[in-house]
Design a protein around this ligand. Structure first.
Ligand SMILES: *[C@@H]1O[C@H](CO)[C@@H](O)[C@H](O)[C@H]1NC(C)=O
Ligand SMILES: *[C@@H]1O[C@H](CO)[C@@H](O)[C@H](O)[C@H]1NC(C)=O
Length: 322
């Protein structure tokens, strides 16, 4: 994406400043807050930003890097077009296969925080502060291990995120060893192969255990999964639907099912009157699922620069929930 020739061409057109971006991925090496696993912090800030910009966090997949996530999707291009900041975290040097820590007791907790989730939240807090970003419009999306981390962040830090979109991930805490020994970098083969099946109430209990007594804002959720996923079983999609419908109080039946959305063979199921959960089942698709930036953009309203929170009521930190 963004081949140099096109960038050069656009830079010769002074009438198109908003399409020209010299901005590149930068690494933040100054201290940015608690980061117990020494994650690396990479940031894309477009040349032109609205006041109070939104933030998108895009954790990479296993064997991935911040740089690979940056060049592997259209997020940076969209950020330049619509004026938001993208955080690309890099996994811990001590991680196994550059997978995220989605299994430790700390990463799954708000009240005893730690692990990779805390490091990523520190990046968000630093960016909100430094760029006067809109703390009520912080979003997260990722694929595979990044999709798992997306669900971890939504469950443990509902006060930080307005919404998240997970591709080929697993439900919050599905990777936790049983009993939870607090292991970092634990590849939970049982979960990956679809053998961890719980009731909605059991799943919800895990999310509530992350922050006992919390009754505030809960982020909207989008999940996408291929029915032929050979790495992270499709069962995890069904389990995640159980988890989020229960946590968000949406009822177990979709209010709307839309065929061929956004692609042919993909089925979109919408839960709750205000569509707080959208679950996309991608027929015949393997683990190599294609990120649907436009569908996610629309769900997050990331193309909006003014009065942007029409689907929420105050956003994270507010007591209200639709
Ligand atoms: C993080 O870095 C510190 C200081 O170099 C080191 O002591 C610690 O072991 C590192 N932790 C991890 C999880 O890599
Ligand atoms: C954002 O995208 C949505 C859906 O495509 C569209 O309805 C809306 O008008 C767009 N808003 C802006 C400010 O471009």
């Amino acid at each position: 994406m963004r081949p140099p020739s096109i960038t050069l061409f656009l830079s010769l057109l002074p009438s198109l400043p908003s399409l020209t971006h010299a901005a590149t991925l930068q690494q933040i090496t100054t201290p940015f807050g608690p980061n117990p696993r020494n994650l690396t912090f990479h940031l894309f800030v477009p040349d032109t930003l609205p006041s109070n910009p939104a933030i998108l966090v895009n954790p990479h997949w296993c064997h991935g890097t911040a740089q690979a996530a940056y060049s592997g999707s259209r997020w940076a291009t969209l950020a330049s077009q619509h004026g938001f900041i993208v955080i690309y975290p890099g996994s811990s040097p001590s991680s196994t296969d550059q997978c995220w820590d989605v299994s430790s007791a700390e990463t799954l907790s708000h009240t005893s925080p730690g692990g990779d989730s805390l490091g990523i939240v520190s990046m968000v807090r630093w960016t909100v502060d430094k760029y006067r970003a809109d703390a009520s419009r912080v979003f997260v999306t990722g694929v595979s291990s990044g999709g798992m981390m997306t669900q971890v962040l939504l469950g443990a830090y509902p006060d930080v995120f307005a919404a998240g979109a997970a591709f080929a991930g697993v439900p919050f805490a599905c990777y936790a060893p049983s009993p939870n020994a607090g292991a970092y970098g634990y590849w939970n083969a049982e979960c990956a192969t679809g053998k961890v099946v719980k009731t909605p109430a059991e799943w919800a209990r895990l999310v509530h255990a992350a922050w006992p007594g919390y009754e505030g804002w809960r982020p909207k959720v989008q999940i996408f999964h291929g029915t032929e996923d050979e790495v992270v079983s499709y069962v995890n999609h069904e389990e995640a639907v159980k988890l989020w419908t229960e946590v968000l109080g949406l009822g177990s039946k979709p209010v709307r099912v839309v065929k061929d959305s956004p692609l042919r063979g993909w089925t979109k199921s919408v839960y709750g009157k205000s569509g707080w959960l959208e679950a996309y089942s991608a027929e015949g698709v393997t683990h190599d699922i294609k990120v649907q930036e436009d569908t996610v953009m629309q769900f997050f309203q990331l193309n909006c620069t003014r009065d942007c929170f029409s689907w929420g009521q105050g956003g994270p930190g507010s007591k209200c929930r639709s």
